[in-house]
Every structure is written in structure tokens, then in C-alpha cells.
Design a protein. Structure first.
Lengths: 330, 452
């Protein structure tokens, strides 16, 4: 028994081991196949997201001017940006102001315009074109037009307000009014959100409005209990993309500041960042100024990382509270 | 089920793939963190083409620089120059870091502010050995301010390519109407004339004598401050703006005049309605302002425009206690250097030498674009425009008391700090000037430490 049992047990063990090895091979092949299918995404994410992110993080701890190789300087750049760089905190406050006020107002106005246009019986296509067209204007051209329209001395807006006896503000030349002026500019180009909201509003089943009307719901109640729940995913989308876009707010404030200040940089004549009084300075302007004009790349990377973390935190918070793009009811 | 053939990753292939990956990473890191270095080993007699980046873009300016290039090529038939115009300092900085075959060999910049950065980063080569080789003594070739703004800590990494001198433009008709016989020579006279020439209309002005607002055209603290001769830095590179009375006096004078003319708010509102500086709507050219500080190029612009202003030019007034130094002014200019990445530095030097030291080339180019020549010989040349207004700027450029803003390792950052203090002080946001200057000095030192 023992003589025959031993070879049989050995044969069984060999067969198990071979089967397990086969399963492992199969799994490994499946994994490789999956990785192969994922490779374009992995390559793209690695090259265009992870590698730049890791490089940015590394450079934020170095002294690097683009000429000589980076040298490790620990937390010096972080200390400089948070403690010694006078433009960082004003730029942070301005950026957060735009995130809260500009994003909120764009959504409210975009939604209001969308609702208005779909309820207009005649000429809604004309209205849609009128409200959408400014969105297509190049940002620099739009900003230049607004700066000239709102010029406190020669602009038509203040001239008209003056004739009406209204004491007009100095808009882009007054630190208290420059951000509201930029917000007006952003609201002028709200056509993108209007179109998205229009599509979402047309998607709300009419039966629900009819049923709620039969139940005695008023306009406000119908908006609150029928329209809003259906718009939730779109609202979330608008908030997240709005916050991310505002974190990158660069062209309009820098053009407005430069044109309104009347200063052209040159010898003995420095361009004033965030004119007037630093009120239009945003974090992306600092990234460009430090990184690509002063070539203090380490400090620029610190601010870039701050922006990245803020964007991620906003997006994560909103996604968590909004239960994803599908919304809680779906 | 069809099985796909399993890839055979042999040891050799793995090693090859690993090497390729490392090489790719190495190339990527080289691209990110470094640029190729050039040298001065090229044969200056070889037939070569060098690339010259400059900032001129107006047709008349492009024509003038092309004429200079043509004259150089005629004198040096083996060296061909490929000019690339409309280049800004941002583009220069980025291109010099990127390097590569299309990077420039010779680079000129309209601002002197980045010279310190170009020198300390070695983006431009030190020209001292080239100057020695060619037997050129910079001290006897270039005026003091021009030599000062083209070097940093003994590194002569650039040379002046024409200059700008600042003076006072005044409207002769307005002066006559106000009964003023001639341009002011001291700050007290300037204040009195400015008040006399200013006419209020409602809550604004119908005419302004002088606009001291720092946001107005060339009315900057560094341009005004030159009349008090500030030092900006001590010998160890530390900011002196807190202890040097010059900047404080200049700021106090500016604020005082602003108040005499009606205050900041009223003047700034006028400033926002003044036309664009570099257009025919310029407030002086449009007859809205009686006096302004500006460079020599303005005379050419007025003459070339349809402006009817009968203007005169004089040195900018000096502080009352420095009346004997009347005639001086702020000096700046265009600079030119050789990129350290250039493989044709000897040929590039021949071109730079011609541009900056050949008297005929300097004079002809200066006359063509209404700029002040930048060599001592060219300033004295009888070929320089003898127009009386232009000659005022020639005298300002030759005045031994004329000053400039010194080079700094972080460019014009110290000027920006002072400028921001000036904005706060003129608007009343900063009332304690000395406290502001103390903070400014500390900020300037902190910012310099950050880049060193």
C-alpha cells in the first residue's frame, strides 16, 4: 500500500501544482491583457498628469531658475510663499472671492436665462443667439471692450449714468469695484451655461409639472420640487467645472488690470500686478509671473500645488455632498 | 479558445527596454533641467549665419535696424545676420532656457531691468574677454550710466545699444497764456507752474499743468527719483531705500504736488480719461496737459503725428537744494548681449561690437529711430541730429550727474516694490511713508534672498 500510495500522492501533487501554475499563468495573462487595454489611458495619465504632478511637487522643494539644475532647498519656497511673498494672500482672497461670487452668479443667471428662453413663445431662437454669442467672443477682445465701456472718464456707461444723475463707480480703476466689473464681464458670457441648462430643463417630464399643478403647487413650489431635483446633476457639473475654471482665472483679470492701469512695463516702469491695488490679482497670475517671468520655478510650483489641492478638495467635497453626477434620486 | 502567443521577454530585451526608458527619461530631464552650453571656439572668419533677436516692430524701426545689419554684412561678408523682430523679454527668457538650434545668438532687450538676471544666470556671456581682445576700454567708450545698467557685480554681460534720456516736455502756448517765461528748473518752480497751468472744470479739469500720478505714462517713482540720485543698494547688495533720503524726498514731493493740484482722486479720474500713452490721443499731444516727463522718442512721435502742440524740451527740474545739478535726468536704454548657448560667439561678438561701438552705425541708427546714441564718441558726433529739442536729450545723456536704476539679480523687482508703495502713498492707503519704506527695504531684501 505504501509502495503504491507514495507515487499516487506524488502524481496528485504534481498535477495540483501544474493546475495552479496554469491558473496563475492565466490570471497573469488576463492582468497583462487588461493592462494592455488600459495602457493608452495609463500612458496619458502618467505622462500628462502623474509625471508633471510629481515633477511639480519635487521642484517645489528646490531652487531652480531654468538654467542650472535644481538644488534641494527644503521648505524655503513654501516659507517664502506663505510668509514672505506679499502677493500670495491677496491673490488667494481674490481667487476665493471669484470662486464664491462669480461661480454662484453665473449659475443663477445661466439658469434664469435658460428658463426665460424656453418659456418665450416667439423669437426664442433669436434670444438664444443673443445670449449665447458673447460666449464666443475671444476673452481678450471681450475684456478690452468692457474696460473701454466702463472707463470712468470716457466710457459710455458712466456717461449715461451721469446723465441720469447716478454717481457711477470707477469700475476697473477702483479696488472695490474691479471684481464686480469682472463678474459683469463673466455674466455677459454666460451663454454656455444657459445652453446646458436649457437642454436639462427641456428634459424634465411635462407630466410632472401637470401633476404638481393639479395638486395645487405654485410656480415656486414646482421649481423647488420638480425642476431643481432634475437639474441636480447639471448643477453639480456647473459648480465643479465653474470652480475649476475660476481657479484658472487668468486672462480677463490680467488684461483688465493692464489696460486700466495705463502702464506699459519697461525700464523704470514696472507692470503693476492686480491693478487696482492688487484687487484683480489671482493665483494663476502669480504662477505665470513667478514661473515664466521671474523664473523662480520652485515658488511657482508651490502655488500650482496649492491650486491643485484646492481644486481637488472642492471637487471631492461637492461630489461627496452631491452623491455623484447622477444625483441621489437616480 | 485561441491563445495569444506569449511575449518572450528575454533578459536582453528587458535590458534594452530598460536602457531605452532610462535614455528617454534622461532626455526628458535634460530638456527640463538644462540647456546646451555654447562657446567662443568658432572661427570668426568662417561663413556663418547668426540669429539676432530684437524688439523693434514698427516699420520705420525695422527698416532702420535692417539698414544697420546690411551695413554690417557689407563690412563682414562672411557673417550673415538673420533678424527676428518684435521679441519681448518674456520670450527671450523662455528661449534662452529652452536652447536648441533656433535659439538666438545675439539678443537685445528694450529694458535694462533684466540685466542682473541675465548676468547672474549666465544666460548672456561675460563680454569682458571679447572687449579686451578687441582692445575696447568700456570706461572710455560708454557713458557711466550706460555702463552701469549693462553689468552686474563686475560681469559685463551686455552692452548699450542706443539710450533713452528723460526730460521735461512743455507746451509753449500754454506757458505763454499763463505768463510763464520758461521751463521750471527746480521742483518749487515746477510746483508753482503746475498750479498756475491747471484749470479746474466742475469736479474735473479742463487743463492740467503736470500729472504727478504714478499711473500716468512715464510719471514713475524711478523716473522722478533720479533727480534726487538714490543709491537703491549698498555695496553688499542690501536695499538702502529705508535710510536713503532720496526716495523719501521724491515721494513726499510727488504727494505734495498731487495735493496742491486737487488730490489723488480728482487727478486719477483725469488720468483714466487721458488718451493712450503711445497714441495720437496722448494727453500732452492732445493739448490737455501742459508739462510731462518723457523720453526723447516723444519728440519724434509728436513731429510724425498731426499734433498741433508747439512744444519745448528741457531737463527735468531738480530739487531746490540740488539746483546746481540742473541738466541731469534719468537714463536707460536698449541692451544687447550674446546668448551663452550660442555656438557662434566670435561671429556674434563681431556683430555686437559693430552695433554698439561703431560710431557711424550707432549715430545712423540713433537718428533713424529718434534715440540717443550710447557711446561717448557718438554723442559728440556732428552727424547726430542737431534738432534743438533732440540736443537737449544729448546734453542730459552727457551730464555726469545723470543716473539710472541699477541692475539687480531679480530684475526690476525692487522697482515694483517701490512703485507699489508709491501707489499706496499717493492714494492715502499708506500714510506713514517711513514705515512703508522700512517695509519696502525688507521686502526687497527678502525677494533678492529668494533668488540667490
Amino acid at each position: 500500500v505504501t509502495v503504491t500510495a507514495t507515487p499516487r500522492r506524488t502524481a496528485g501533487t504534481t498535477s495540483d501544482a501544474a493546475r495552479k501554475a496554469g491558473v496563475r499563468r492565466l490570471r497573469r495573462r488576463e492582468r497583462l491583457r487588461n493592462v494592455a487595454f488600459l495602457s493608452p489611458w495609463l500612458l496619458g495619465t502618467g505622462l500628462f498628469f502623474l509625471y508633471p504632478l510629481a515633477t511639480t511637487a519635487y521642484l517645489s522643494f528646490t531652487k531652480y531658475d531654468g538654467f542650472l539644475s535644481p538644488t534641494w532647498n527644503g521648505l524655503d519656497n513654501w516659507k517664502f510663499v506663505f510668509q514672505d511673498y506679499p502677493f500670495f494672500w491677496p491673490a488667494m482672497r481674490n481667487t476665493l472671492w471669484f470662486v464664491v461670487v462669480l461661480v454662484t452668479l453665473r449659475i443663477i443667471v445661466g439658469l434664469a436665462l435658460g428658463m426665460m428662453v424656453i418659456h418665450v413663445k416667439r423669437g426664442n431662437s433669436v434670444l438664444r443667439t443673443i445670449f449665447y454669442a458673447p460666449y464666443l467672443a475671444p476673452p481678450v477682445a471681450g475684456t478690452l471692450a468692457f474696460v473701454f465701456l466702463l472707463n470712468p472718464g470716457t466710457g459710455p456707461v458712466n456717461t449715461i449714468l451721469g446723465h441720469l444723475g447716478v454717481s457711477a463707480p470707477s469700475w476697473f480703476n477702483d479696488p472695490s469695484w474691479s471684481k464686480p466689473a469682472l463678474t459683469l464681464l463673466a455674466l455677459w458670457g454666460v451663454g454656455d451655461l444657459m445652453v446646458i441648462f436649457m437642454a436639462a430643463l427641456l428634459d424634465v417630464p411635462k407630466e410632472l409639472y401637470e401633476a404638481s399643478a393639479l395638486d395645487g403647487a405654485g410656480a415656486l413650489s414646482r421649481f423647488r420640487h420638480v425642476t431643481l431635483p432634475h437639474l441636480r446633476p447639471i448643477l453639480l457639473f456647473a459648480v465643479i467645472t465653474g470652480v475649476i475654471a475660476t481657479m484658472q482665472y487668468y486672462t480677463e483679470p490680467i488684461v483688465a488690470g493692464q489696460v486700466a492701469s495705463g502702464q506699459i512695463a519697461g525700464s523704470g516702469n514696472q507692470f503693476e500686478p492686480g491693478y487696482p491695488g492688487g484687487s484683480t490679482l489671482t493665483l494663476p497670475q502669480l504662477v505665470y509671473n513667478l514661473g515664466f517671468q521671474k523664473f523662480d520655478i520652485g515658488a511657482a510650483c508651490v502655488i500650482a500645488l496649492v491650486l491643485f489641492v484646492m481644486s481637488m478638495a472642492f471637487a471631492a467635497l461637492l461630489m461627496r455632498r452631491g452623491s455623484g453626477f447622477l444625483g441621489a434620486e437616480d | 479558445m485561441t491563445r495569444l502567443p506569449r511575449p518572450r521577454w528575454t533578459h536582453r530585451r528587458r535590458r534594452l527596454a530598460g536602457s531605452a526608458l532610462l535614455a528617454t527619461l534622461g532626455l526628458a530631464l535634460t530638456a527640463c533641467f538644462g540647456s546646451s552650453q555654447g562657446g567662443a571656439n568658432d572661427d570668426p572668419n568662417a561663413d556663418v549665419t547668426i540669429t539676432f533677436w530684437h524688439g523693434w516692430s514698427a516699420p520705420s524701426e525695422v527698416k532702420a535696424i535692417q539698414a544697420t545689419i546690411d551695413a554690417f554684412e557689407k563690412a563682414n561678408p562672411n557673417i550673415h545676420v538673420k533678424p527676428v523682430g518684435n521679441i519681448t523679454d518674456d520670450k527671450i527668457n523662455q528661449a534662452l532656457r529652452a536652447g536648441g538650434p533656433n535659439a538666438p545668438d545675439v539678443v537685445s532687450s528694450f529694458t535694462t531691468d533684466n540685466v542682473g538676471e541675465f548676468c547672474t544666470s549666465h544666460a548672456f556671456v561675460d563680454l569682458t574677454s571679447f572687449l579686451d581682445k578687441s582692445g575696447i576700454d568700456p570706461k572710455t567708450t560708454f557713458p557711466g550710466p550706460q555702463l552701469s545698467y549693462t553689468q552686474y557685480n563686475g560681469n559685463q554681460c551686455a552692452l548699450p545699444l542706443l539710450s533713452d534720456a528723460y526730460g521735461l516736455y512743455y507746451n509753449k502756448d500754454m506757458f505763454a497764456a499763463a505768463g510763464i517765461s520758461g521751463p521750471p528748473k527746480t521742483m518749487s518752480e515746477l510746483d508753482a507752474d503746475a498750479v498756475k497751468l491747471t484749470k479746474s472744470s466742475g469736479d474735473g479739469y479742463s487743463q492740467v499743468g503736470f500729472v504727478p500720478d504714478y499711473h500716468f505714462y512715464e510719471s514713475t517713482i524711478t523716473h522722478f527719483g533720479a533727480q534726487w540720485a538714490p543709491t537703491y543698494f549698498d555695496s553688499s547688495g542690501k536695499s538702502t531705500v529705508a535710510g536713503d533720503a532720496a526716495i523719501k524726498s521724491a515721494m513726499e514731493w510727488q504727494k505734495g504736488l498731487l495735493d496742491k493740484l486737487g488730490g489723488y482722486s480728482k487727478m486719477d479720474k483725469f488720468r483714466t480719461s487721458a488718451g493712450e500713452e503711445f497714441s495720437n490721443n496722448n494727453a500732452f499731444m492732445a493739448g490737455k496737459v501742459a508739462m510731462m516727463i518723457d523720453g526723447e522718442w516723444r519728440a519724434g512721435m509728436i513731429d510724425d503725428s498731426d499734433s498741433k502742440v508747439d512744444y519745448g524740451v528741457a531737463p527735468f527740474p531738480v530739487p531746490d537744494d540740488l539746483a546746481s545739478q540742473y541738466g541731469k535726468g534719468y537714463i536707460t536704454g536698449t541692451i544687447v548681449g550674446i546668448a551663452s548657448t550660442s555656438q557662434k560667439q566670435n561671429a556674434a561678438w563681431e556683430f555686437v561690437k559693430y552695433l554698439t561701438t561703431n560710431t557711424d552705425a550707432v549715430v545712423n541708427f540713433a537718428n533713424a529711430i529718434h534715440n540717443v546714441p550710447s557711446t561717448i564718441a557718438a554723442l559728440k558726433s556732428p552727424q547726430v541730429s542737431q534738432d534743438p529739442n533732440f540736443q537737449q536729450f544729448i546734453k542730459i545723456a552727457q551730464n555726469p550727474n545723470s543716473t539710472t536704476t541699477p541692475a539687480s539679480p531679480n530684475g526690476g523687482d525692487y522697482q515694483l516694490v517701490l512703485q507699489n508703495l508709491g501707489y499706496d502713498y499717493q492714494s492715502g492707503k499708506q500714510s506713514d511713508l517711513q514705515a512703508g519704506l522700512d517695509d519696502a527695504a525688507q521686502q526687497i531684501d527678502t525677494n533678492i534672498a529668494q533668488v540667490q
